[in-house]
Design a protein around this ligand. Structure first.
Ligand code: MN3
Length: 229
């Protein structure tokens, strides 16, 4: 079976009010689907989702711009959908509640939370650094929270649909960075809700993070989100 688009684990309106239904629908069924289709065309339908990491780490494949752009697009978006979730609904109100992860006792025992707090001091400090980096990324790209082989975290950005997994021709190593959070800062990810206000989008998406799924990636020696297995 060639590369394929996985279903979302929530409905198109599941990320409201932070990311609207129309944005999720267009982003998933049109943008992400197009990366998948173009990646299959560029690789003659010879690979499936479980091959994606090895394709991204094969310099001979990444040397082809169609594979670099669409392979990155497929992986990046699969991770993005996986690490987001709907806001918790409040039983006493129909309005979902935004919970500050720094005060959320349901996630405080997760290894990823304890590691981040140990290295950065608080999750707020992680958020501020990711927001700062996301604002510095000129044009389209992604901001990443990665972990290395020594369980050290780092925050970085890449242009277009590149990501820290890719191994480029002539590159000795990709530093073995494994993304555990990827935030899309292309305008198509936020324009309908936030127009030019990328900072507001970066501030708000923090409340949508699915820390249990981020923990799954952090604890797993693999890089692939469950959706791609
Ligand atoms: Mn996108």
């Amino acid at each position: 079976m060639p590369f394929s688009l996985s279903d979302l684990q929530y409905s198109h309106n599941g990320l409201e009010p932070i990311i609207g239904s129309e944005t999720v629908r267009i982003h998933h069924t049109l943008h992400h689907q197009t990366y998948v289709n173009n990646l299959n065309n560029a690789t003659n339908n010879t690979y499936s989702n479980s091959d994606l990491i090895s394709v991204l780490q094969n310099p001979a494949e990444i040397n082809n711009p169609a594979i670099r752009n669409n392979g990155g697009g497929h992986y990046n978006h699969a991770l993005y959908w996986y690490i987001l979730k709907p806001l918790a609904s409040n039983s006493s109100s129909s309005t979902p509640t935004k919970v500050d992860p720094d005060t959320d006792t349901t996630i405080s025992s997760l290894a990823v939370i304890q590691g981040l707090v140990s290295q950065f001091g608080s999750l707020k400090a992680v958020k501020e650094k990711m927001t700062e980096e996301g604002l510095k990324r000129f044009g389209s790209g992604w901001v990443w929270l990665c972990v290395d082989l020594n369980n050290q975290f780092s925050i970085t950005t890449t242009p277009n649909q590149d990501n820290p997994i890719m191994k480029f021709p002539g590159e000795a190593s990709n530093n073995n960075l494994r993304p555990i959070i990827g935030i899309d800062v292309w305008e198509h990810a936020y324009y309908l809700n936030y127009q030019n206000k990328r900072k507001d989008y970066l501030d708000e998406i923090w409340f949508l993070l699915n820390w249990q799924n981020i923990e799954n990636i952090y604890q797993n020696s693999q890089t692939l989100p469950d959706e791609l297995k």
